[in-house]
Design a protein around this ligand. Structure first.
Ligand code: CO
Length: 169
């Protein structure tokens, strides 16, 4: 396994539309392993393949759960099937270090995709998992959370001492 440097703005790979994955082969499995290791190193919630410089449709998400193991998903070709509700969230991104913004995200989402074995999966998510899924799937379309700010005053410098860690990845 290897830790891969995370690309930050204005790296053009972050603005590319990522390609669908046709075959889940060894290259993909290895990339998933490397993305897990990278995510653990930076202590992030999620990571999309374009953030490690590979413009393909693959995301990993790790949601901390109290007194339990993290809830973890690696999803190939993820698609949002349905969004419900709206809520205001604070969000950061490992590719935009040092900033936090307030944006609207869905209350819940339904997502489908393939698991690392190439098997179809569907999941319904709320709260932080829904937010992370929307954030990471946005990355696959070249969209960053700052594109969703209603105005620039909704973006500010992160104060790590005060703020919790909303870095999606
Ligand atoms: Co991000």
């Amino acid at each position: 396994m290897a830790i891969i440097p995370i690309r930050t703005v204005p790296d053009p790979v972050l603005r590319q539309k990522a390609r669908r994955i046709k075959t889940v082969d060894r290259t993909i499995s290895r990339l998933i392993e490397d993305m897990w290791e990278t995510l653990r190193t930076v202590n992030g919630i999620g990571l999309a393949a374009p953030q490690v410089g590979v413009p393909i449709r693959l995301i990993v998400i790790s949601i901390p759960r109290k007194e339990q193991n993290n809830e973890e998903y690696a999803i190939i070709n993820p698609e949002v099937l349905r969004r419900k509700g709206e809520r205001i969230v604070k969000e950061g991104c490992l590719s935009i270090p040092g900033y936090i913004g307030e944006i609207k995200r869905s209350e819940s989402v339904r997502v489908k995709g393939l698991d690392p074995a190439g098997k179809e999966i569907k999941l319904r998510a709320e709260e932080l998992l829904a937010q992370a899924l929307e954030h990471e799937i946005d990355h696959l379309n070249g969209v960053l959370y700052v594109d969703r700010l209603e105005s620039q005053d909704k973006l500010h410098k992160a104060e790590p001492e005060i703020e919790p860690k909303p870095e999606m990845g």
